[in-house]
Each structure stands twice: as structure tokens, then as C-alpha cells.
Design a binder for this molecule. Structure first.
Ligand code: G6P
Length: 611
């Protein structure tokens, strides 16, 4: 969602801002804009991509070593040139960019209108800048004080950055609920929604906390809270290489990320297990081992693909560690007065670590005294800083909006967490524990084998690419993979797709099956294999097109299917790590063939920082 980049220093701000906005394109957006201070305050903004903004700005005055830039994902008001950020106060003095939602913008707007202010856009952001501007004017305040005092009356979530035409040496920014990172350079500072636009200039970052305001000129930076309490800036070194942000020869980030999974799964497991010495160690869990062992229940909260990882985790924890698990959509959990006790452990899963609903669900759980644990990819993100403990998945930046390597990273972590707990509780036999460790070690190699079937998968994609609908079926550990396969297809190819437990087909989806309906059946399980055979027969009896994902050597289901993708056999709890790979590739190829924007699908955002 909305991306923020700002610069203050000795260099020309424009190229830094434009490059930064391109780095943030992956977050999802529909318009872009920037403001530059050089004596004048110049604002350029446009509906569409950053490249369109560049073309629009090409013949304009682009001077200035202070600037703010924004990619907007529309909330209040449609995507158009006027609603794009930056927004200006009506005295022409303050320019603002904003990520988040101002919940009391309607009442603020009424007050401002009564006082004679006029508005050009439909956005809550323009209301905010007018409000800050009115406080500034009324009390004749410097920009930082106007921002601070105004924010005391603002309800909602925001990361904001402002510049003042009449005080052209400063940038002022603040956050509450939406991410904002400061990059500390040599006589220069950067601001961005995450570290990706900044790492090529400096690795020194300050992650702002909620209700903090940062005031910076070229040489100095000061942080205080909205309540006016000074804060000591805590600078962290971020380990992120610029080449991790490039496509590295692949046509799309999504394809690169699919192909990275052998490596990223190995990275997630590195130092956390040894099949030779037969141990699993999860640093985050160790400190709370007793709490985990005694937990009456694990509650997993997440959204999107991460929620599907939570469903796999449910099967893993219940099967291996014999602990009841509830998997909740974070957005539902937080608004239904959930019953929580101190014996519950709440686990949040999030690639970005910034998803607003997941963050809010965790805050609620924390306030009720539950231990909160995070399974997160982005180091230093809001969720990782809120939790008592957690495990990073170490998948590196995931740029494609549709999550792939983060998902298998999450599955790897949950497999290890379940094994760790099963071992601590004594709910798993030594032999099976060892068997799963041996098998986990060779999973990355098996992924490479699956990737070699890319051409076959591409062929199948071409055969079904014109379908309007698709059904995905799986059982047991593969049921969440059916959901994930369907989500991948709809996200990037815009084909309507539904995932179901295979046996549920008879309770509805079977009515949809005819000769035009592709049914993707994930049938690698040893458990309940025969039942899936019957399901496939039922689909064929109604002339559905069966694409099956089977374990190598399978005969029965392959014989019944129109198309088959064979993957290496493995133990059932580890099957999701393999069976999801061909589904990712299938969606990818179908989307490319349908000429969809694979990395930035329409209307979607990578990091959903509003509710
Ligand atoms: C968005 C993304 C999905 C992601 C979901 C949850 O919808 O497009 O790919 O699965 O948010 O994000 P998180 O960062 O919390 O895993």
C-alpha cells in the first residue's frame, strides 16, 4: 500500500525519490507524486505508474535537495491526479504525504469548512494537512510544533511526512500504526515506508515507533513523542544487499522468488536443526519453552497467504505436538471479543510484519495477557517489535505481490516449531522425529527437482489458461495448499478459483463441474489416498478437466487425470512444502499468458497497512 520516500541533504532529491518510489512499487499503488523545495514548492502528481510521473515531470523544474515522494493506493476517493499525494494546505505552505487512514477526517473537515477552508480532493490526507496548517496559522507555530499539536486531535493510522515552504530547511515526519523508517547518511537523511529505497545509500536505519515525530535538517535529527517527550534515536544496521532488490535475470520477481525457494527454505532452517545430531533448536521458543509445553491452545492470527500457512501449522502442531490450534483471520479475531487466557499463546504470521489487522489482533492479545509470538520475514518490522518472541523466516525481500517464498519459509518455521514442541512434550517417537529431520534436509533438493518440470507445467498452463473458473482440491496437509493454489491463481491471473477439502466437493462445488472446468487435485498424501481416487473419478464422470499433483510413481490418479505433475514423494507433514511449488508455477504461467501484471496485480497491495 501507499509508499513513502523523502530526502534531505546536499544532493538533488528528485532522482533519489523517483528511484525510491520504483523500489516501493511492489507495495501496490495507483497514482504517484512528489514535492520539491527549492525556494519554490513544486508538486507533480499523476494517476498511474512512477514511470508516467517521470515522463510528466521531465520538462519541469526538478531542482531541490529537499523532497517528498509518494505512491498512493486509493482509500478515500478514486485514483486520479487530484487525489494523488502530495497534498497542500490551502495557504500553499505545507505539503504532506500520508500512508494510513484518518478516521475522524469527516469531523475535522466540518470544523475546517466552518472556518472557511476549502478542499480540492476527496482525501482524508488533504483534511489532515489543512488541519495541521490551520493549527500552525492560528498559533503561529513552527512546522514541528504544528504537527505535534495537531496530531493530538487526530484519530487513525498514519505515517506522514511534511515540508514547509516558509521553513525550507526541515522535514517533519510522524507515525502511528503505519511504518516509517529513517535512513541516516552523511549530512543527509532519508525516510521511507521500508528499508528498500534506502539501503543503496546507507545501512544505518532508525525504525520509528508509534506516536513518534522526527524533525530533521541536513545535519541533525531529533525524535520526540506526540506528548512532547524527547526520545533517543536508536540506530540499527540493516543487512540488505541491493542485488536482493533486483530481478537478477528473471522476467519477473515472482519467478525469481519461486526459483529461490530451495535456498530460502535452507536459510530458514539453517542453525535451527541438525539431522546428524538429531536436534531442533528454536531460539525464540526456548525462553518460553515451559509456557509452550503447558499451553492449552495456540491461536494463530494472519491474513492472506500467511493465513494459509497458519492452516498448515494447525495440522503440524496438532499432529506432532498434540496441542489444539485455532487459526483466525486477524480481522475477525480482533472484532469478536475473543476469549483469551494467560495459558494461550497467540502466534502472528506475516511476511511484511506490517499488516494492519494482524498488528491490531496482536495488540489485543497482548493487552489480554497472552504470550505473543511472531513468524515474520521483514526484520525490524512493527509485528516483530511488538511480540514477546519470534522466529524470522530469513527469506530476503519478497517483491512480487503474490507471496511465494515467504509462504514456504513460514511452513519451514512451523515444521521446526512443531518438531521442537513435540520433542519437548514427548509426543513424537525418536524414530519419526529423526525421519522427519532427514526428510527436511533433502526438501531443498526436491524443490529443485520440481522446478525442472517448469516446461511441463507451462504446457498445462497453456491448456487451461482460457478458463473462467478453477477448483482446487486437497486433503489433510494438502487442504490449505488447495486454498493457496486457488488464491495464487485469482490474485495474478484474475481467474475465479476456489479451494476445497476434496471430500467437500460433493457438498457444492461438484455442481459447477462440466467439460470446461479445470479441477486441480493435490493428491500426494499417503493418508486417505483412496478417497481422493474416488473424488477424481467423480470429477471425470462429469467431464471435468483433471490436473493432478501426485507423488512420483503414482499410477492410479495419473491414469485418471488429463494432466499430471509428478513431485518427489515425502512424508505427509512435509508435503505442503513441495506440493505448493507446481501450483505457484502454474498460476505464474497462466498469468503471463493472459498478459497480466504478475508482480503488481491490479488492486492488490503487498503490505496492507490499512484495515
Ligand atoms: C496482502 C498480500 C498477500 C499477503 C497478505 C498478508 O494481501 O498481497 O500476499 O499474504 O497481504 O500479508 P503479510 O505481510 O501479513 O503476510
Amino acid at each position: 500500500m501507499c509508499g513513502i520516500v523523502a530526502y534531505i541533504g546536499n544532493k538533488n532529491a528528485y532522482p533519489i525519490i523517483v528511484k525510491g518510489l520504483k523500489r516501493l512499487e511492489y507495495r501496490g499503488y495507483d497514482s504517484a507524486g512528489l514535492a520539491l523545495l527549492n525556494g519554490d514548492l513544486n508538486i507533480y502528481k499523476i494517476k498511474g505508474k512512477v514511470s508516467q510521473l517521470e515522463a510528466f515531470a521531465a520538462d519541469k523544474d526538478l531542482r531541490g535537495s529537499i523532497g517528498i515522494g509518494h505512491t498512493r493506493w486509493a482509500t478515500h476517493g478514486e485514483p486520479n491526479d487530484i487525489n494523488a499525494h502530495p497534498h497542500l494546505s490551502d495557504n500553499g505552505r505545507l505539503a504532506i504525504i500520508h500512508n494510513g487512514i484518518i478516521e475522524n477526517s469527516d469531523s475535522l473537515k466540518k470544523l475546517l469548512t466552518r472556518d472557511g477552508h476549502t478542499f480540492t480532493s476527496e482525501t482524508d490526507t488533504e483534511v489532515l494537512v489543512q488541519f495541521i496548517g490551520s493549527v500552525q496559522q492560528k498559533y503561529n507555530l513552527p512546522i514541528e510544533e504544528a504537527v505535534r499539536q495537531a496530531l493530538g486531535s487526530v484519530i487513525g493510522a498514519y505515517a506522514i511526512v511534511l515540508i514547509d515552504k516558509e521553513d525550507p530547511t526541515k522535514i517533519v515526519a510522524a507515525r502511528k500504526g503505519s511504518p516509517l523508517v529513517v535512513g541516516v547518511g552523511d549530512s543527509e537523511f532519508f525516510l521511507a515506508s521500508d528499508a528498500t529505497p534506502i539501503v543503496e545509500y546507507t545501512k544505518k536505519m532508525i525504525y520509528l515507533n508509534d506516536e513518534e515525530i522526527v524533525i530533521m535538517d541536513r545535519d541533525n535529527l531529533e525524535i520526540k513523542t506526540i506528548a512532547n517527550i524527547p526520545k533517543k534515536p536508536e540506530i540499527q544496521e540493516v543487512e540488505l544487499a541491493v542485488d536482493e532488490l533486483e530481478k537478477g535475470g528473471y522476467e519477473h520477481f515472482m519467478l525469481k522468488e519461486i526459483y529461490q525457494q530451495g535456498q530460502t527454505i535452507a536459510d530458514a532452517m539453517r542453525g535451527r536443526m541438525s539431522h546428524i545430531e538429531s536436534w531442533v533448536k528454536m531460539g525464540g521458543m526456548e525462553e518460553y519453552e515451559e509456557k509452550f509445553r503447558k499451553a492449552k491452545r495456540l491461536i494463530i492470527v494472519a491474513c492472506g497467504t500467511s493465513w494459509h500457512a497458519g492452516l498448515v501449522a494447525e495440522y503440524l502442531f496438532e499432529d506432532l505436538a498434540r496441542v489444539p490450534v485455532e487459526v483466525e483471520y486477524a480481522s475477525e479475531f480482533r472484532y469478536r471479543n475473543p476469549i483469551l487466557t494467560e495459558e494461550d499463546i497467540v502466534i502472528a504470521i506475516s511476511q511484511s510484519g506490517e499488516t494492519a489487522d494482524t498488528l491490531a489482533a496482536l495488540e489485543l492479545a497482548r493487552s489480554k495477557g497472552a504470550l505473543i509470538y511472531g513468524v515474520v520475514n521483514v526484520v525490524g518490522s512493527s509485528i516483530s517489535r511488538l511480540t514477546h518472541a519470534g522466529s524470522y523466516i530469513h527469506a530476503g525481500p519478497e517483491i512480487g505481490v503474490a507471496s511465494t517464498k515467504a509462504f514456504t519459509g513460514q511452513l519451514s518455521i512451523f515444521t521446526l516449531m512443531a518438531l521442537y514442541l513435540a520433542n519437548a512434550k514427548g509426543t513424537i517417537s525418536r524414530t519419526y522425529f529423526q525421519k522427519l529431520l532427514n526428510e527436511l534436509t533433502i526438501i531443498p533438493g526436491k524443490i529443485e527437482e520440481i522446478l525442472k518440470q517448469n516446461d511441463q507445467i507451462k504446457y498445462i498452463a497453456a491448456e487451461i489458461k482460457n478458463s473462467n473458473n478453477a477448483i482446487y482440491l486437497g486433503r489433510g496437509f494438502n487442504f490449505p495448499i488447495a486454498l493457496e493454489g486457488a488464491l495464487k491463481l485469482k490474485e495474478i491471473s484474475y481467474i475465479h478459483a476456489e479451494g476445497y477439502p476434496a471430500a467437500e466437493m460433493k457438498h457444492g462445488p461438484i455442481a459447477l463441474i462440466d467439460e470446461k472446468m479445470p479441477v486441480i487435485v493435490i493428491a500426494t498424501n499417503k493418508n486417505a489416498y483412496e478417497k481422493v481416487v474416488s473424488n477424481v473419478q467423480e470429477i471425470k464422470a462429469r467431464k471435468g478437466i483433471v490436473v493432478s499433483i501426485v507423488a512420483k510413481g503414482d499410477e492410479q490418479i495419473s491414469r485418471l487425470s488429463d494432466y499430471t505433475i509428478e513431485i518427489p514423494p515425502t512424508e505427509d507433514p512435509l508435503a505442503p512444502l513441495l506440493s505448493v511449488i507446481p501450483l505457484q508455477l502454474l498460476s505464474y504461467h497462466i498469468a503471463v499468458m493472459r498478459q497480466c501484471n504478475v508482480d503488481q496485480p491490479r488492486n492488490l497491495a503487498k503490505s496492507v497497512t490499512v484495515e
